[in-house]
Write a protein that binds this ligand. Structure first.
Ligand code: NDP
Length: 277
């Protein structure tokens, strides 16, 4: 029997999840149907209830419903609790379980696919929204030497740094910073987890942070060279990545959680990759 899954968002046309999960299922010989649901604003619960009633086994959640999904879950993973957001629900058990695989997908792409370790490295995280929050635990699990969180609204960076500090392993220093105070500081890896690139904007990060930087990572995907990546390249960074690998890796985590086998991601990453030029 065909197993039903879906992704819900608003808008949803852009979503690559049906393609990604379709490719995963095909590569593993699984029989699934994965659809897109345009969730009505204010109608998340009814839409997911309908999928469950139709036998749906799992659902991915994208903007603006990650908080609704958090509320919908009967129980949540530590990652989801810490992120305050759920991007994946398992619907076929007695209790609805919520997960957040965004951060784990980001770290898997960075460390495994791109071969850039975070252990012992100085890491700069720009932004303090949902994606940045989701990345905290997976980042800290790698044991960076330093994790600095910079955000436009300083209070949110302080809040995230305080949470991160509670989970930091011995040997990892964590602090919040304003953008201006980053001048003259250097980092090994810089992640842009702001949504600035979605509007073609540049977070006000000084170019000096890229001095000696091994990787500039833009979480947005399919945008080509964003202002952030261009700044990094102009500052001498030779390795850039966007969030396509993160997208594929979080999807692979969801697939594995739902179906017990982790698909390979290389082929979908390759076919979704937009050249950075
Ligand atoms: P949120 O809306 O939760 O957070 C947005 C963040 O961006 C806030 O910290 C905000 O700062 C900051 N910001 C927005 N505009 C600017 C600007 N012009 N200058 C500086 N800071 C700015 O978004 P998400 O966390 O959900 O998403 C962040 C990014 O991650 C997006 O690009 C998104 O596409 C990407 N993403 C990628 C995924 C993937 O699989 N590749 C998965 C999830 C997200 P402030 O608090 O001051 O408003």
């Amino acid at each position: 029997m065909t197993d039903k899954y879906a992704v819900i968002g608003n808008p949803i046309d852009f979503s690559k999840s049906p393609f990604i999960h379709g490719e995963f299922a095909r590569s593993l010989g699984h029989d699934i149907a994965y659809t897109k649901i345009l969730g009505p604003i204010g109608g998340f619960k009814e839409a997911v209830d309908a999928l469950r009633a139709a036998g749906g086994r799992g659902i991915n959640i994208t903007a603006p419903f990650k908080l609704d999904a958090f509320a919908y879950a009967d129980e949540r993973s530590p990652s989801a609790e810490l992120a305050g957001a759920v991007n994946c629900l398992k619907l076929d058990g007695p209790r609805i379980v919520g997960e957040n695989f965004d951060g784990v997908g980001l770290v898997r792409d960075t460390v495994h696919n791109l071969g850039q370790p975070l252990a012992g490295r100085r890491v700069l995280l720009l932004g303090a929204g949902g994606a940045a929050r989701g990345a905290l635990l997976p980042f800290l699990a790698e044991g960076p030497a330093e994790l600095v969180i910079a955000n436009r609204s300083d209070g949110k960076a302080q809040e995230l740094a305080a949470i991160a500090l509670r989970h930091a392993p011995a040997g990892t220093s964590v602090r919040a910073s304003g953008y201006g105070a980053l001048e003259g500081q250097r980092f090994d890896v810089v992640f842009n987890a702001t949504s600035a690139s979605l509007r073609g904007e540049l977070p006000p990060v000084p170019a000096s942070v890229f001095s000696g930087c091994a990787l500039a990572y833009e979480l947005a995907y399919a945008k080509g060279m964003t202002p952030f990546l261009r700044l990094a390249v102009n500052a001498g960074v030779t390795r850039c990545a966007d969030g396509v690998g993160m997208l594929a890796e979080q999807a692979a985590e969801a697939f594995a959680w739902w179906r017990g086998v982790r698909p390979r991601t290389e082929a979908v990453i390759e076919s979704l990759r937009v050249p950075l030029e």
